[in-house]
Design a protein around this ligand. Structure first.
Ligand SMILES: Cc1cc2nc3c(=O)[nH]c(=O)nc-3n(C[C@H](O)[C@H](O)[C@H](O)COP(=O)(O)OP(=O)(O)OC[C@H]3O[C@@H](n4cnc5c(N)ncnc54)[C@H](O)[C@@H]3O)c2cc1C
Length: 472
C-alpha cells in the first residue's frame, strides 16, 4: 500500500473540495484531494449548467409556440432532439473542459489521488486498496446522490437520473418525471416544452421549496394548466415493459412512458466513509456543524458542500469549501465567518426564488407581509409573461426586510436585489428610496414592498401563519 502524508486530506474534488484545497494551500498547508471521478464537478457536468442549457432550448421552443399571442405566426416548428442534445453536450463539455484542465494538473502533481476514500483511523483515509493518506485534518466534500423512493427501486435501465439524461443523444417520445422539487420542476417542464409527452408527479403537494400558501396556490394552477402536473399523486403500481418502457398506474389512470427520470431529491454522500466505525457518528444525524465554521462537532474533521444537506447550491458549496479548507489548515485555531443572505433560484417558467427567510421560517419569528400579483404587472403583461405572485416578509418591529418567496417572470434578477437588501439589513423604507425604472418587472417588487410598508404598523401574524401552513 502506498503511503502519502499531507496536512489536509479532502474527500471529493467537486466544487467544495476544489475550493477547500485552494484555501488550505493559500493558508500555507499541504492538501491532497481524493476522488474516484468522473471529474468536472456535478454543477458543470450534470447539474447547473447542462440543465440550464436544456431549459434554454425549451424556452426557445416555448416562445415559438406562444408567438401567436403577439400576432406573429410561426407556421412550422420542429424540435430536433438530436440537435438539442448535441448543443447541450457540446456546451456542457466546454464548461467541464475548464475544470478538467486543472484536474489533470492536480493528478500529475499528486494533489489528487484517484479512488474512493474512507476513514480507516482518525488520521488515515484509505483510498480503494492502493493508498493510505495520513493527515492532520480532513474535509468531507463528497456531494450528494439522487434519492430513489421505494416504489421505483426495482426498475432497471428504464430509470435514469440527471446523469443519464445528459448522456442522451436524442429526446425520448415520453417521460415520467418523478419529483416536483427543484430538479423535477426544471427538467420536467423543459422536456414538456421540447415536445416530450411528460408527466411530472410528486407527493405532499410539493412545488420546489415554496412554503407560502398563496404563492404555492398560484404556482400550482400555472403548472397544472401547462402540463400533466400531479404533486399529490396516488401510486398504484409501476410495471417495466419488455420493449423498454414502463406503465404507471396512479390516480385511477394507466400511462405508458419511454423513460423514468428520477428527480425525487438528493441524499448526502455520508455512507461508507467509515464515519460510524472510526468516529462513532450516526450518519443519519451527524454531530452539529456550525455553518459559519464547517467543523463537525469538536473534531479535526470539517465538512462542505451538498454533503452538509444544508444549502445544496453551487455558491454555497464554494463558500463552504473555502471556509472548511481554511479552518482545516489552521485548526485548532478556527475562524467563524458570516454567511451570505440565503438565495435560491429555480429556473422553471415562471421562475421561483427563495430569498432570506422563507414563509415557514418567518412564521417562527413573527412577521408582516406584502405581495404583488404578476397577472396585472405592466411590463409582465407587455411581454405576455404575466403569471405569478410574490410575497415579501418584513420585521414589524424594525421594518427590515427579512425574506421573500417569489414566483414570477425572471425573478432571478429581482431576487438578487432583495437578497442584497436583506444582507445589508435594509428597511423597507430604505429600499423604497432606491430608483425603479419604468416599465420594468422590478416595479412589481416595488408594489410588493409598498404593500408590506402599509402593513408594518399592523400586529405580527405568527399564529395565523401557522394555520395557513397547516391548511395549505
Ligand atoms: C440537475 C441539477 C441542477 C442543479 N442546478 C443548480 C443551479 O442552477 N444552481 C445552483 O446553485 N446549484 C444547482 N445544483 C446544485 C449544485 O450542482 C451543487 O450544489 C454543487 O455541485 C455541489 O458541489 P459539491 O462540491 O458539494 O459536490 P460535487 O460537485 O458533487 O462533488 C462531490 C465529489 O465527491 C466525490 N466523492 C463522492 N464520494 C467519494 C468518496 N467516498 N471518496 C472520494 N470522493 C468521493 C464525487 O466523485 C464528486 O466528484 C444543481 C444540481 C443538480 C443535480
Amino acid at each position: 500500500m502506498k503511503k502519502v502524508t499531507t496536512h489536509v486530506a479532502i474527500l471529493g474534488a467537486g466544487t467544495a473540495g476544489l475550493n477547500a484545497r485552494r484555501a488550505a494551500e493559500k493558508a500555507g498547508k499541504s492538501a491532497v484531494m481524493i476522488d474516484p471521478g468522473p471529474y468536472g464537478t456535478t454543477c458543470a457536468r450534470v447539474g447547473c449548467m447542462p440543465s440550464k442549457l436544456l431549459i434554454a432550448a425549451a424556452e426557445v421552443a416555448h416562445t415559438a409556440h406562444t408567438a401567436d399571442m403577439f400576432g406573429v405566426r410561426v407556421e412550422s416548428m420542429k424540435v430536433d432532439g438530436k440537435a438539442v442534445m448535441d448543443r447541450v453536450k457540446r456546451e456542457r463539455d466546454r464548461f467541464t473542459g475548464f475544470v478538467l484542465e486543472s484536474i489533470d494538473e492536480h493528478l500529475e502533481a499528486g494533489r489528487l489521488i484517484k479512488g474512493r476514500g474512507r476513514f480507516t483511523a482518525p488520521n488515515v483515509i484509505t483510498v480503494d486498496d492502493h493508498t493510505e493518506v495520513h493527515f492532520e485534518t480532513a474535509v468531507i466534500a463528497t456531494g450528494s446522490s439522487p434519492f430513489v423512493p421505494p416504489p421505483f427501486r426495482d426498475l432497471g435501465d428504464v430509470m435514469i437520473d440527471n446523469e443519464g439524461l445528459f448522456d442522451w443523444d436524442d429526446l425520448p417520445q415520453s417521460a415520467l418525471v418523478v419529483g416536483t422539487g427543484v430538479i423535477g420542476l426544471e427538467l420536467g417542464q423543459a422536456l414538456h416544452r421540447l415536445g416530450v409527452r411528460t408527466s411530472l408527479i410528486g407527493i405532499d403537494g410539493l412545488i420546489g421549496p415554496l412554503s407560502d400558501p398563496k404563492v404555492k396556490e398560484v404556482a400550482q394552477k400555472v403548472f397544472e394548466d401547462e402540463l400533466d402536473f400531479r404533486n399529490d399523486y396516488q401510486f398504484e403500481s409501476i410495471e417495466e415493459l419488455e420493449d423498454g418502457g414502463v406503465i404507471l398506474r396512479a390516480d385511477g389512470r394507466e400511462d405508458r412512458y419511454d423513460t423514468v427520470l428520477m428527480a425525487a431529491g438528493r441524499v448526502p454522500n455520508v455512507r461508507n466513509l467509515g464515519l460510524e466505525e472510526v468516529f462513532g457518528w450516526d450518519t443519519r444525524n451527524l454531530p452539529t456543524v456550525d455553518p459559519r465554521i464547517g467543523q463537525i462537532g469538536e473534531s479535526h474533521v470539517f465538512i462542505a458542500g451538498d454533503v452538509t444537506n444544508d444549502r445544496p447550491l453551487l455558491h454555497e458549496a464554494s463558500d463552504e469549501g473555502r471556509l472548511a479548507g481554511a479552518n482545516a489548515a489552521t485548526w485548532p485555531e478556527i475562524t467563524a465567518r458570516p454567511r451570505r443572505a440565503p438565495l435560491g433560484i429555480i429556473f422553471s417558467d415562471p421562475q421561483i426564488a427563495m430569498v432570506g427567510k422563507s414563509f415557514r421560517e418567518a412564521c417562527d419569528a413573527g412577521f408582516c407581509w406584502g405581495e404583488v400579483d404578476y397577472s396585472r404587472q405592466g411590463r409582465a403583461r407587455v411581454n405576455g409573461k404575466n403569471k405569478g405572485w410574490v410575497r415579501v416578509y418584513g420585521s414589524c418591529e424594525d421594518g427590515t426586510l427579512i425574506g421573500a418567496e417569489m414566483f414570477g417572470p425572471h425573478v432571478e434578477h429581482t431576487a438578487h436585489l432583495l437578497a442584497w437588501a436583506i444582507q445589508q439589513r435594509m428597511t423597507v423604507h430604505d429600499i423604497l428610496t432606491m430608483p425603479f425604472y419604468h416599465p420594468v418587472v422590478e416595479e412589481g417588487i416595488r408594489t410588493a414592498l409598498q404593500s408590506l410598508r402599509s402593513r408594518l404598523h399592523l400586529p405580527e401574524v405568527p399564529n395565523g401563519c401557522k394555520e395557513l401552513i397547516e391548511s395549505s
